[in-house]
Design a binder for this molecule. Structure first.
Ligand code: GLN
Length: 503
């Protein structure tokens, strides 16, 4: 069985299509792995064993009957728990939505299922996707399969841990400021945040609507290209979703990019061990050497408004992180206002004298600290008298950040940098200091502000044997180049590290 668990999604799909592995056996292998090992990792909030097996059985029957079972036919996948599905619950890892059953299915999920994927269950996350460690989950914490004393990253920590821990073949996550790429880096898997609007957000519970994007977490670059290919494309149900045709990412994947120009933003390599740990820097430098050996040209670029600042006191700061925490909190304060406990969601059992008390008591009882903090910050930033000073200012910074990237892409095809300044930190290490936690996304956040696609792939191991991720960034709608550039690296130095507890 361990053979099934070792296959990538594309390999497994090919084996199922060829009749070499039954979809039922693949599904059972993953369900057994979850029963055996998810007690320690706790990647899942909920699994659907009966439905998954029934669906796998139908896929096997369809194959025998000669029907097309799709490019993911029989491949067991996991979904972040903020993706609506009519089956099971969609909790966003919040006590507020602990019993919520969505009346519709997210477009990205429907597309994955139409491609033949078998949904194993929903994965844990930071509550409403707010966080970088999955410790903000209102349900339970998820552990990093490489070291169960450490966080898997967040907010898509459950999806990343499930892929790394061989508890699903591939998974979907969402990324508002780094929530696919950062956990991918911490767990040693590939994570892709497509261009804003490339994938429909219909059925993704909104956090920061101008930033949110759904994307895959996978074992390798090919799987990331395959899943992105399947979920991308226009959707009349999401007016921000781009109608541009989706290129065939797989067709070009094996072709190296001739004369590839890689941009290194000088502001992303600060000379400070806190802002960028030496072993992370060394791994990235090694990757740069690997690209040079493949004939890539390295050019220095500048992203002044995304720069990482280190104060005299050692404190790390960034315009991008500051602007993000105005924009995302403003948007979340508005998005989460829908949770009024009237139609659905947690409702207080205490007697209430009026509707406002019903709202406030229900929300106070069931929303976590970080969610409350952000609603308050966002409400403040949007309030009259402060709107110009905070929200409008943040939008201006956002524009400057996007302009910097545009200028940089005049000189290079992709930008390369670390995904995170450090490898996975210990459980509890940053929970007392939200600002320190926010800095985990210092390399990822500016892409969301600029709407750009980014991909994280494993490039090495840290001093403590933890995965290190490299981020590749492309211009808007240039996912194809990201996949090709990432595949070039992967072919040269294939990542064959398996977390200790995946065996
Ligand atoms: N860690 C960031 C935050 O807390 C990003 C989260 C995300 O991308 N969903 O907001």
């Amino acid at each position: 069985m361990s053979e099934i668990l070792d296959l990538t999604a594309a390999e497994l799909a090919a084996a199922v299509a060829a009749g070499e592995i039954a979809a039922v056996d693949a599904t059972r292998a993953y369900l057994d792995a979850i029963s055996a090992r998810d007690r320690d990792i706790r990647a899942y909030n909920e699994t659907y064993p009966d439905e998954a097996l029934a669906r796998a059985k139908r896929i096997d029957a369809d194959r025998v009957a000669g029907k097309n079972i799709g490019p993911l036919g029989g491949v067991p996948v996991a979904l972040k728990d903020n993706l609506c599905t009519t089956h099971g619950r969609t909790t966003c890892a919040s006590k507020y939505l602990a019993d919520f059953r969505a009346p519709y299915t997210a477009t990205a999920v429907a597309k994955l299922e139409a491609a033949g994927a078998v949904v194993l269950g929903k994965t844990n996350m930071d509550e409403f996707a707010m966080g970088s460690s999955t410790e903000n989950s209102g349900l339970h914490a998820t552990k990093n399969p490489w070291d169960v004393g450490r966080v898997p990253g967040g907010s898509s920590g459950g999806s990343a841990a499930a892929v790394a821990g061989r508890l699903c073949a591939a998974a979907l996550g969402s990324d508002t400021g780094g929530s696919i790429r950062q956990p991918a880096a911490f767990c040693g898997v590939v994570g892709c945040k497509p261009t804003y609007g490339r994938v429909s957000r219909y059925g993704l519970v909104a956090f920061g609507s101008s930033l949110d994007q759904i994307g895959p977490l996978t074992r390798d670059v090919k799987d990331a290209a395959l899943l992105t290919q399947i979920i991308a494309g226009g959707d009349p149900a999401d007016s921000t979703c781009l109608g541009d045709s989706v290129p065939d990412y797989l067709a070009s994947l094996d072709q190296p990019i001739p004369n590839l120009r890689i941009g290194l933003p000088r502001e992303f390599f600060p000379n400070n061990n806190e802002a960028l740990r030496p072993d992370v820097r060394a791994a990235i430098e090694k990757a740069i050497e690997a690209y040079k050996a493949m004939g890539a040209e390295i050019v220095e670029v500048s992203l002044p408004h995304s720069r990482i600042d280190v104060g005299d006191d050692g404190a790390i700061s960034s315009f991008a992180v500051s602007a993000y925490y105005i924009v995302c909190t403003a948007e979340c304060s508005s998005n989460l206002a829908r949770f009024d406990s009237v139609h659905y969601g947690h409702r207080t059992k205490q007697p209430v004298e009026d509707i406002v008390t019903l709202y406030s008591r229900s929300r106070a009882e069931s929303l976590g600290q970080e969610v409350k903090r952000r609603i308050m910050l966002g409400t403040y930033a949007l309030s009259s008298g402060y709107y110009d000073a905070y929200y409008n200012k943040a939008l201006k910074v956002r524009r400057l950040i996007a302009n910097d990237f545009k200028a940089a892409f005049g000189k290079c095809d992709v930008i390369l940098c670390p995904t995170t300044p450090t490898p996975a930190f210990r459980l509890g290490e940053k929970t007392a200091n939200p600002i320190e936690m926010y800095m985990a996304d210092i390399y990822t956040i500016s892409l969301n502000l600029a709407g750009l696609p980014g991909l994280s792939l494993p490039v090495g191991l840290s001093d403590e044997n933890l995965p290190i991720g490299m981020q590749l960034i492309g211009p808007v709608l240039c996912e194809e180049n990201l996949f090709r550039a990432a595949a070039m690296y992967e072919r040269a130095r294939p990542a064959q590290w398996l977390p200790p507890c995946a065996n």
